[in-house]
Design a protein around this ligand. Structure first.
Ligand code: ZN
Ligand code: ZN
Length: 311
C-alpha cells in the first residue's frame, strides 16, 4: 500500500503545506484508492500526483473541521466529470450526510455515480470489504473526531501444486477441496491431511490514521502494534499547554503514543504553519528522541508499506 500525503498542514492552507488529506492506494488490489480527510484544495493537490479519482472507492472523514472537510464537494463533482460510474462510500461523523447533500443540492451538482454516506453512530467496525476491516474510535478533540484502524485480513497460504503433482494428484475440483478442508478423500479412496499441501499464510498489515486529538487512551488503543501510525503534530514539544487548550497534540506526545502502542513506524502530519523549516526539523528531532522510527510528512511525500513475506 502506498500513502500519498496530499496535505500536511493544520488550520488553513499555507504555501508549503495544504490542509489535511491523505490518499491510501492499493496497487496490490487493482489500484483501489481511499482518502482520509479532504481539506480545501485537495483536488488541486491531486493534480501533482499519480492519484486517480476514478479509482477512489472510500473517503473516511475524521471530523467536521473545515481543514479536513472543505474540499469534499469539489472532489465529488470532479470525480463525476472524469467519468467515474462506480459507487463511492463516505464514512465520517454525524453531520457528514447533511453537509454533502446540502452542498451538492445548492450548487446543482449532479453525480453520475451513486454515493453511500455512513455516519458513525457507535465505535467499532465501520467498514469491511474483501481485503480489509476498518474500526473507528472516538478521540479527544472538543468535537467528535475519529481515529481509524485499518486491518488487512490474513491471506491464506497458496496451494503447493508441485507437491500434489508429485503424488499424482491432478488439478480439478479436488484442489479447491484441499484448499478449504482439513482432510479430503481422493478418488482412490485414500484420505489425506491437507495441511502439508498449503504454503505459509501472509499476515495482514495494520495502519492507523488518527484525526486531530489530544493524547488519549483511544489513540493508543487504535494504534496498538500497527505497522504505521499517522498522528497529528500541530505543536512542538514545548507547547503542550497550547496543544491542550486547542485540543491538539505535540510531536513529543505523538511519539509517546507510538512508543506506548508498539507501532513500527510513526508519521507526523498536521503541522501548524507557525513552524518554519528549521523549527519543523526540531519538532521531528524531539519526537525521534522518544520514538526513533519517526518521519515528518510533507506535501506530496509518498511512503510505501510493503506486504510482509509469507510465514
Ligand atoms: Zn485540523
Ligand atoms: Zn480539528
Amino acid at each position: 500500500m502506498i500513502f500519498t500525503f496530499l496535505g500536511t498542514g493544520a488550520g488553513m492552507p499555507a504555501k508549503e503545506r495544504n490542509v489535511t488529506s491523505l490518499a491510501l492506494g492499493f496497487p496490490e488490489y487493482d489500484g483501489e484508492l481511499w482518502l482520509f480527510d479532504c481539506g480545501e484544495g485537495t483536488q488541486r493537490q491531486i493534480l501533482y500526483t499519480s492519484v486517480k479519482l476514478t479509482k477512489l472507492s472510500v473517503i473516511f472523514i475524521t471530523h467536521m473541521h473545515g481543514d479536513h472537510l472543505f474540499g469534499l464537494p469539489g472532489i465529488l463533482g470532479s470525480r463525476s466529470f472524469q467519468g467515474a460510474v462506480t459507487p463511492l462510500t463516505l464514512i465520517g461523523p454525524s453531520g457528514l450526510k447533511s453537509y454533502v447533500e446540502t452542498s451538492l443540492r445548492l450548487s446543482g451538482t449532479h453525480l453520475h455515480y451513486p454515493i453511500i454516506i455512513r455516519e458513525i453512530e457507535t465505535e467499532g467496525k465501520v467498514f469491511e470489504n474483501t481485503h480489509f476491516t476498518v474500526y473507528a474510535g472516538e478521540l479527544d478533540h472538543g468535537v467528535k473526531s475519529y481515529g481509524y484502524r485499518v486491518l488487512e485480513k490474513d491471506q491464506p497460504g497458496e496451494l503447493l501444486v508441485n507437491k500434489l503433482l508429485a503424488l499424482n494428484i491432478k488439478p480439478g475440483p479436488i484442489y479447491k477441496e484441499i484448499k478449504e478442508k482439513k482432510q479430503v478423500k481422493l478418488s482412490n479412496g485414500q484420505i489425506i491431511d491437507t495441511a502439508p499441501f498449503i504454503g505459509g499464510k501472509r499476515k495482514g498489515r495494520c495502519i492507523t490514521v488518527l484525526g486531530d486529538t489530544r493524547p488519549c487512551a483511544m489513540a493508543a488503543e487504535l494504534a496498538q502494534s500497527a505497522n504505521v501510525l499517522i498522528h497529528e503534530a500541530t505543536f512542538d514539544g514545548q507547547s503542550s499547554r497550547l496543544a491542550h487548550d486547542y485540543h491538539h497534540s505535540t510531536s513529543v506526545q505523538a511519539a509517546e503514543i507510538a512508543r506506548k502502542s508498539g507501532v513500527e513506524t510513526l508519521i507526523l502530519s498536521h503541522l501548524s504553519s507557525r513552524y518554519q523549516k528549521k523549527e519543523q526539523n526540531a519538532l521531528l528531532r524531539e519526537a525521534k528522541a522518544v520514538f526513533n522510527h519517526t518521519y515528518l510528512a510533507h506535501d506530496f511525500w509518498m511512503f510505501e508499506l510493503k506486504r510482509p513475506s509469507r510465514m
